[in-house]
Design a protein around this ligand. Structure first.
Ligand code: DGL
Length: 262
């Protein structure tokens, strides 16, 4: 089992923020990445549609012999992780807004979460807030349109900068000193978010902790690949030129599109 690949998926390029950490932490592992660009964005879709997509992609990854799957998407984790874990027997690692670490760091006792509408409206976030957020104030910001703008890959875009400013500034004005990136697309523009938040604000990117959790699970089951250098191939379900360009610019292998019939 040790030589089998690890599957990673997101709606688009967002999960590459996690893939990067996995590649650094587990350089021996073979990785298959899927961007479900035919259904991007997930954040405005129903729980049922997101669950169906997550299920379909996991089935595909298992048909490619994956020994573990990383749901590199907060929205899909929120909508589907319980179902995925009960349907499939391989270790499935998800990602959720990092309220726990934010609570430990905030001085003002006010934290902000930037995420999609679906993540902010999901039961998972409510449960996290119950568990870790009782003695702090948690402000939400749904970032409509930001995922789509990040997917376009133009970091200089005025519209991208305007959106970030619109979403970040009101939180800072309300006393937020710790900002949680609750969508895997956002670490890709972490420096821009930091710029609009200001130097005194701590921006929390949970990508490394997801990679560490994956390593922990592989170690427990003793299914990690022991040597050699791992390969990475990235596929998409749609045919987005911007996805292809981003993958190639990131020096990753681009697999032929329309791998899974949308
Ligand atoms: N990157 C995803 C997340 O972490 C989903 C973004 C989207 O497709 O709306 O929530």
């Amino acid at each position: 089992m040790n030589n089998q690949p690890i599957g990673i998926f997101d709606s688009g390029i967002g999960g590459l923020s996690i893939l990067g950490e996995i590649k650094s932490l587990l350089p021996n592992e073979h990785l298959i990445y899927i961007g479900d660009t035919a259904y991007l964005p997930y954040g405005t879709k129903s729980k049922q549609i997101i669950s169906e997509r997550a299920n379909k992609i996991c089935k595909y990854l298992l048909s490619k012999n994956c020994k573990s799957i990383v749901v590199a998407c907060n929205t899909a984790t929120s909508a589907a992780i319980h179902e995925l874990r009960s349907s499939f027997s391989v270790p499935i690692i998800g990602i959720e807004p990092a309220i726990k670490p934010a609570r430990l760091r905030t001085q003002s006792r006010i934290i902000g979460i930037l995420a999609t509408e679906a993540t902010l409206g999901g039961d998972k976030l409510q449960a996290l807030k119950q568990k870790f957020g009782q003695d702090i104030k948690i402000l939400h910001q749904a970032c409509s349109g930001l995922v789509e703008e990040i997917e376009l890959g133009d970091r200089q875009s005025q519209f991208l900068h305007d959106l970030i400013e619109t979403y970040v500034e009101p939180l800072i004005k309300q006393g937020v000193d710790t900002l949680v990136l609750g969508c895997t697309h956002f670490p890709l523009i972490k420096d821009l978010i930091q710029k609009y938040a200001g130097d005194s604000v701590r921006v929390i990117d949970p990508s490394l902790s997801v990679a560490s959790e994956l390593k922990r699970q592989l170690d427990i089951k003793n299914i990690g690949r022991k040597g050699g250098s791992g390969t990475t191939t990235c596929f998409q379900t749609g045919n987005n030129k911007t996805f292809e360009t981003f993958i190639k610019k990131s020096n990753l292998n681009y697999g032929s599109p329309n791998l899974i019939t949308p």
